[in-house]
Design a protein. Structure first.
Length: 251
């Protein structure tokens, strides 16, 4: 059986259940003015004049159109989902520190990748780069940019003075703005159908003059400079009619 109780503040009457009154020792909230009152004290006697009975104050509490100012029930903590959570504190200095570490890592990675170019273009960095490479077990060699190194001209002839030998003449040109290391050369002898017959890979020490190889390897090919090569080869009696010549830097 349902009962009716009246709000002592706004005079609104509500229909309530016995279970509702027993749940909070009779404490209920007015769904119109949000006043918390003793629903048992405010019970209406049977046979009282007809009143405009509103829904249960418990229902009124959740009606957005009737929600009054928040006033929690005495001695009843709010459910966890209704409690205000404290916003997490932000620490700008942590983000700044992380950004600084990331920037330093990118700078170090770029310095490692282009250490050869840095050592040539900014000589003051050579000593720190050498010290770092001793720890990282790397080398600071001359730059190696095959896209900026070209074979200006080349020709292959038989050696008139020594039977069975061929002579390769080539001119290498450094098109970069910094000295570069001598590249390796790949020579392929071909037949009439341009099919490969013999392939040889020549390291710098294979084609540089032995007496000057050490000095030339340290100096490299100057910026905008050229290097003329003359290489004697034994084709192992291969009857070649053509050749292909490439340059590259071993990885």
């Amino acid at each position: 059986m349902s009962l009716a109780t009246r709000c002592p503040v706004c005079g609104t009457a509500f229909r309530v259940q016995r279970e509702q009154l027993a749940a909070r020792s009779g404490k209920v909230r007015c769904g119109k003015c949000a006043t918390v009152f003793d629903g048992i004290v405010g019970l209406l006697e049977e046979g009282a004049e007809k009143l405009a009975i509103e829904p249960s104050p418990q229902l009124g509490l959740f009606d957005p159109s009737r929600r009054g100012p928040a006033a929690p029930l005495p001695d009843s903590p709010l459910p966890s989902f209704m409690r205000e959570t404290e916003a997490p504190r932000r620490h700008p200095w942590l983000w700044a520190f992380a950004a600084l570490v990331a920037a330093l890592a990118l700078t170090a990675q770029a310095a490692y990748r282009y250490r050869a170019e840095l050592a040539v273009l900014a000589p003051a960095t050579r000593a720190p780069l050498l010290a770092a490479c001793r720890l990282l077990r790397c080398e600071v060699s001359l730059p190696r940019r095959p896209d900026l190194m070209a074979i200006e001209s080349s020709d292959l002839q038989t050696d008139a003075r020594r039977d069975g030998l061929i002579v390769l003449n080539a001119v290498l040109r450094n098109r970069s703005r910094f000295p570069q290391d001598y590249p390796a050369l790949e020579l392929t002898l071909t037949d009439e159908g341009d099919r490969p017959l013999l392939r040889r890979v020549l390291a710098p020490r294979d084609y540089l003059e032995p007496a000057r190889a050490g000095q030339l390897l340290v100096q490299g090919i100057a910026s905008g400079g050229e290097a003329s090569l003359r290489i004697f080869l034994d084709p192992n009696r291969t009857r070649a009619t053509g050749y292909r010549l490439y340059l590259f830097y071993p990885s």
